[in-house]
Write a protein that binds this ligand. Sequence first.
Ligand code: NAD
Length: 539
Amino acid sequence: MFSQITRAARSKASMKYVGTKSLAMRLQTSSRAMSVLALPPTPKEHAKPGFEPYFVGTYINNQVLKSDSKQWIDVKDPATDVVIAKVPESTNEELDAAIQSAADAFETFKKVPLIKRNEIVFKYIELLKANKDRLAAIIVSEQGKSWSAAVADVYRGIQCAEHATQVTKETETVGMELSTDVETLTVREPIGVVSSIQPFNFPVMIPLWTIPYIIATGNTTVMKPSEQCPSTGAILADLAREAGVPAGVINIVHGTHNTVNTLISDPRVRAVTFVGGNNAGKYVYDVATKHRKRVQINLGAKNHTIIMPDADKASVLKAVVSGGFSSTGQVCLSTDILLLVGEAKKFIPDIIETVKGLQAKPGFEDGTFGPVVHKASKERLEAVIADAEAKGAKVHVDGRVHNKPTDPLYKDGYFIGPTFVEGVKPGMRCVDEELFGPMITSMEIGSLDEAIDYVNKNEFGNSVALFTKSGAAANYFQRNVNIGQVGVNTIVPIGHANHGFTSNKASFLGDLHFYGPSAFKLLTEPKTIITSWRGIDYN
Ligand code: NAD
């Protein structure tokens, strides 16, 4: 499937750079440097002798630039371990230029009429749809997930862009006549420069949790993609330019600690959005709030799925596959542990057979799921499986050896095959840590109440699901479970963009959640205006 898609996309995008000629020239490319705006190489292409990695562009003032940095980080194809790109640690001058560009652009962009900004978002949606294959190809190359998961990554982001067009309703002026000729109005105004720090696992969806809302509300942004899959950032920014976003509104910088520290402490930045792991997220929260920024931070998770004995078997097995293995299990809503209530342990033989049938494959080939994002993740997951085995759990399907690709091209890839471990307990790493890999575990538990109690005691609050045919049990569960996103007979309970990402407990820091109605509140502030014309002579 992919080869057809790439062939078509490649012939359409045979030019190396999409955008104006000056963009390409500003990249100062050598013959072997390739812009992030081009299609990435497939494993077969980069395995050929003479292949050279491309340089990931920085995006400032609607221009793609090649960084002056002396420090470049390797981006490796997770399917092969080959270095396919180099991403810079943006220099202090580049960080300063990006923030200043956003600060300058804010002064004019905030005055662009809302209707006009909304037209840009509508055009942006069209361009995102038209470029979905190009974006998905970058995701597969740099992040490793399967083609269908990469396309879903793009579409899920587009849904947020569609929701951002609700700006006309979500930021509408609220007014009241206090008395004759005296009225009070509350208007919502944009706040300024917003910095955004992103994780590796959804390189299109997560930037689109912010970009369309930035455009719709009249703010500006400096974004830092994950250094592990950095190239979609500049494409998303360049598509915004093509949709009509003025220079300076969306800027992309790169790097690690120095870049993050600048983005969360610079006085020109009003708000910080962060999605990623617990350590970095808590650090960003502490520093950004100390610098009096608005913050919106999504962190790690530990997601449970409770299965009742009366659950529908086909739904349970479908949930095991999508909840545990889609996007290689590298999803903050992936299910880690099945809590099997009483006789629900009868589902184990079918779960084993279902998981055995799954296959790890390079993302560009048809398979169930791709490699994990880097070598350290692979080694960590192997150690997690070994730890569970050593502590007495039954490794029924062992991803260290089962259903991994056999082609020598992928011998160094970061593949973990499908894994199912029964009988896990606290004290095992697979219970105490977020799995973030193609692995599912199970634990037997006495009753629904015990299961709810177990879930509620967990520090995280990203998602939980229950499988049952009983409406009464489902109703009791959804009322009593203390988790921000709840599924009944459905796994990965991520709501439509209209509802926002409503995680709670240690999975979220801040007050206003990502996308949905609260995105507009984060990015605007209320101003109350009282006008009186009472007694004023109008002649
Ligand atoms: P990560 O924390 O390693 O990286 C996230 C971002 O923070 C990256 O841009 C990275 O460069 C930066 N960063 C990393 N360490 C830093 C540090 N010490 N100081 C400052 N910045 C730092 O996370 P990741 O591995 O990219 O993503 C996986 C994690 O993200 C998982 O825990 C997952 O649950 C979480 N996640 C959560 C959600 C959600 O909505 N709750 C969504 C996606 C991912």
